[in-house]
Write a protein of this length. Structure first.
Length: 428
């Protein structure tokens, strides 16, 4: 793990081995560590989850974010690769990339009031089955269709959420996801007092709760009269209410409408609450015309949950997007040159676990902001800043012999930089 965190080059296994000064030793054991799946990631993930629960306290619910991402690859023989839709492509064209698909679950670790940090506890490979040829037998096509249903992303997410609910037996679990997971497979896997919060379609069908008096024989009704769609409710609504929620740059006021209790086909016989968020206004410059963002529609399976909490939990979901950014741009989780099934399954999960352990260890340390930044406007220490402090500690350790020379307030040209010692040691 130290080699993965301190590596400043291309994030491959060989570069991690060189970083920890094992380049002249037998490297085959470290490669077999992942090729033969000798890393028990479940134990590490359980320890991370328990630490987050202890940090948040026993009275707080366990908030989990779920989303998926793609890792670009080049090799055509890498396990689990296929053509995927490029999420960074332009809106006017559907670009495709050769990549792998992974699903991640992150837990919210509370920090300052209103803020949290996402801690990944699962980074799971979710490939699609290989399509048989046009001359394949009917048995192969039947097996392919069966694997398609089994390996669907909502099905894998439902299985992961069910396991997480079994672990969270002593507290409420709140699963927060985007619109891709607001479907029957995921929503109906939420049982008991656990809650799902996700984005829904603006043209989703809503129904009133059925009357309690069900006269006559037959099955009990799940749905009452059909209601207007969320978009129709937004266009005709007049009784907007204001709630405040915390985002990355402070507290903001949102105008919303809550509709509850209603029922939806994605949740079946469970009453839900629908929250409609009015589009936010913004200007590109001080002289530009007033523009509006798109409206948002949220579904919550707990009709009694306060509106401000539902909105705050969904705004926290952005933390999993920051996790993806750190894992790719800083730790290079997609750069490892592995292609066997066991290595593809275990090594990215191991990198995500190292990233989570580093976040947990760094969260207990005091934040050291650069001198040119105002701490009052910065609430979240970036991963790059924490890694920089970690590399400085490793560089200036007593056993390394690299010490800082010169007074703290001196200008860089008035003293010898400590990196000169590093260059001289490398030359010798």
């Amino acid at each position: 793990m130290i080699g993965i965190l301190l590596n400043m080059g291309r994030h491959t296994i060989s570069r991690a081995i060189e970083t920890i000064d094992h380049a002249q030793q037998d490297w085959s054991a470290l490669y077999r560590l992942f090729e033969r799946n000798r890393v028990n990631l479940k134990i590490i993930q359980t320890m991370i989850r328990q630490h987050v629960q202890e940090h948040n306290g026993t009275a707080e619910p366990l908030v989990a974010f779920i989303d998926d991402t793609v890792l670009r690859k080049r090799g055509r023989k890498v396990h689990g690769t296929s053509w995927k839709l490029d999420p960074l492509g332009p809106k006017f064209s559907n670009n495709f990339i050769w990549a792998q698909r992974y699903m991640q679950i992150s837990l919210a670790q509370k920090q300052e009031p209103g803020h949290c940090r996402g801690i990944p506890i699962l980074f799971q490979h979710c490939p699609v089955p290989e399509k048989p040829g046009k001359n394949a037998s009917p048995e192969l096509w039947q097996e392919y269709k069966r694997l398609q249903k089994k390996m669907r992303l909502p099905q894998r997410a439902s299985e992961a959420v069910s396991k997480l609910q079994e672990c969270a037996v002593d507290r409420k679990l709140i699963v927060v996801a985007d619109g891709g997971y607001t479907n029957q497979t995921v929503c109906r896997s939420i049982v008991g007092e656990h809650v799902y919060i996700g984005r829904m379609r603006k043209d989703a069908k809503l129904f009133a709760s059925p009357c309690e008096q069900n006269s006559g024989k037959g099955r009990k009704k799940y749905y009452g009269d059909q209601l207007p769609t969320p978009e129709e409710i937004r266009q005709t609504a007049t009784d907007w209410s204001e709630v405040t929620a915390c985002t990355g740059n402070g507290m903001h006021t949102f105008r919303i409408i809550a509709v509850a209790p209603v029922r939806s086909k994605v949740t079946g016989d469970r009453n839900v609450k629908v929250i409609i968020i009015q589009p936010l206004r913004y200007r590109l410059t001080s002289h530009s015309p007033l523009l509006y963002r798109n409206a948002a529609y949220l579904l919550c399976t707990d009709p009694d949950m306060p509106n401000e909490k539902i909105l705050q939990y969904y705004l926290w979901r952005w933390e999993i997007e920051l996790n993806f950014k750190d894992e790719k741009s800083i730790l290079g989780i997609h750069q490892a040159q592995v292609r066997t099934p066991n290595s593809v399954e275990s090594f990215p999960g191991f990198v995500a676990a190292a990233y989570s352990l580093f976040l947990l260890a760094a969260s207990d340390q005091a934040s050291q902001y650069p001198k040119w930044r105002a701490p009052k406007t910065v609430w979240r220490t970036s991963t790059n800043m924490m890694l920089a402090n970690f590399r400085i500690d490793a560089l200036t350790a007593n056993k390394s012999g690299f010490t800082h020379q010169g007074p703290l307030e001196a200008k860089p040209l008035l003293f010898n930089l400590s990196w000169k010692n590093v260059i001289q040691a490398a030359a010798n």
